[in-house]
Design a protein around this ligand. Sequence first.
Ligand SMILES: [Zn+2]
Length: 357
Amino acid sequence: MADGAAGHLETGGSSGAVWPIWGHETAVASLALAIREGRVGHAYLMAGPSGIGKATLAQVFAQALCCDATDRPDPGIPCGMCRSCRKISRGTHPDVRTWSLATQAATQKDGKHTTLNIETAREIRAATALRPVEAPRRVIVVDDAETMQGAAQEALLKTLEEPPPAVVLLMLADDAELLMPTIRSRCLAVDLRPVSAGAIARGLVNHGIDPTLAAEVAALAHGRPGWALAAAANPAMLTGEREAVAGALAWIAGTRYDRLATAFKLGDGFSKRRAEIFTELEIALAVWRDVLLAHCGLASHLTYRREVERIVRLAESLDLASIAHAVAATQRCLADLDANVRPRLALEGMVLQWPSP
Ligand SMILES: [Zn+2]
């Protein structure tokens, strides 16, 4: 999990609630409001791609639920300084516990730990039965929830059907669709949308990152603050993302035959690489938007400024209507894949509508 530590994030948000989180104003506002109004749910499903900030959001929500500062002006906002808030940041609060693939690998030595198994589900179930020790509630965080096998989900379902009092269960999933509908229907959904590049760049600069690097990392982050924070400190991650952009550009600039071959390859691998293929398509969409900007003489506004020469060359070889058509076709493909249209069909339809340079 590449989510950044809550303590490191800037204070942001403009909708009343102010949590130390980059972006996610809507989610923060609704969670803070639930605390203020005393109607916190028993279970939440926080969903969004890896690095978008699920673990950070869960941590700050747990702090807001358990903060013991008596002079808090707003009960929806954690103080971040009291013993309880500090213990939660360090992961040592007895009433706030997290299960994930990493904790499973650390406690159960055998196995590959690519899925949360039935033993882990039983441990979680047992933990929810305990009474809180220090805080008014127990907060149970289940990270990597989308990896739970059928039997593990069934075991957890029992907990969701008879929620113990004073327990808040936070399930974190890269893709909520991978969970059983019966699980999803018993959780309040918190869908995390990509954070704007501007908010990520500001956060990185406040974090001491050089503004030029911050702007590039924010553009490559595709709305994932946790990824941005990790990539700013790790050049290898940045190289991988630059290669992904170069790959999308090569796909777009390729021949009709090569474009189709790539589309079929992605379509055939979709069930196994769903999240990655969505990211590859988001990059292709951002490249097409850059081509559109370049065509309109706005090359200084490109997302992928490092690739400005190739993007301008592509923009000069196409007319405005066909570039706009390509943007729309790529957006439609993303929507179709989200709606479970056959992947090969959706991807083929998209590349056939891309104009040829
Ligand atoms: Zn506190």
